[in-house]
Design a protein around this ligand. Structure first.
Ligand SMILES: CC(C)(COP(=O)(O)OP(=O)(O)OC[C@H]1O[C@@H](n2cnc3c(N)ncnc32)[C@H](O)[C@@H]1OP(=O)(O)O)[C@@H](O)C(=O)NCCC(=O)NCCS
Length: 188
């Protein structure tokens, strides 16, 4: 009998307001795997399952944050945060931030990070933001390639951006215009 091709995985990106036990476990598993792989978003070493669960429960409670998750065949394998500007920052109220994006090593190479980034952009547009800011370590070459091909412009470099296993790592700062906007008057 001819061998059947394996079924094509199903991919989905969506904002979440709550996580059931299975979703929380999968998100923590994916986060652990990405941290162990050296994949950024702050942690250098896995903080432990309980700390991660508390962290994600906390993220869902913060009004200035929205959590978007990437699913492969229904299981969470990555996430990203859309961070809204603080309410007292009227002058920058048009700009949101994309933070902590990652896809677990076992789900990479399927276009999920691209979907996740575009999902955050879509949500930011829906909320009326005109600009999305983000920053990455210089060592995150896959992310740098992806953001640049998605139209993010590098505007700065921080020479002391992070410290990873005793080594100073540079960071790159990017922005993308989500909507065209009138430039400010000279005295603004
Ligand atoms: C960066 C990351 C999110 C990419 O996840 P992914 O799901 O494999 O990415 P995609 O499949 O959507 O691919 C996105 C692009 O990155 C490219 N890419 C993926 N891995 C790459 C690598 N190791 N080197 C160079 N480019 C790479 C892909 O070729 C693709 O570009 P293309 O569409 O022009 O071919 C993932 O590697 C990761 O989580 N890394 C650690 C955390 C991180 O860097 N987060 C981002 C900054 S906070």
């Amino acid at each position: 009998m001819p061998e059947r091709a394996p079924p094509t995985p199903h991919f989905l990106v969506e904002p979440v307001e709550e996580l059931d036990d299975d979703d929380l476990a999968a998100l923590c598993e994916a986060t652990d795997a990405a941290i162990i792989d050296g994949g950024g978003f702050g942690w250098v070493n896995p903080p432990g399952r309980r700390a991660l669960e508390t962290y994600y429960r906390g993220v869902l409670l913060v009004p200035e944050r929205e959590l978007l998750v990437a699913r492969m065949d229904g299981t969470i394998v990555g996430s990203a945060h859309l961070v809204k500007p603080p309410r007292n920052n009227e002058a920058q109220s048009f700009a949101a931030q994309l933070m902590h994006a990652f896809v677990a090593p076992y789900a990479r190479g399927h276009g999920l990070a691209r979907m996740l980034t575009q999902g955050v952009e879509t949500r930011a547009r829906e909320l009326g933001y005109h600009v999305l800011n983000l920053d990455v370590r210089e060592t995150q070459t896959a992310a740098i390639h992806m953001y640049e091909t998605l139209g993010y412009e590098r505007w700065g470099m921080h020479p002391n951006y992070a410290m990873v296993r005793g080594k100073v790592v540079q960071g790159f700062y990017y922005f993308k215009r989500l909507k065209q906007r009138k430039t400010a008057a000279p005295d603004a």
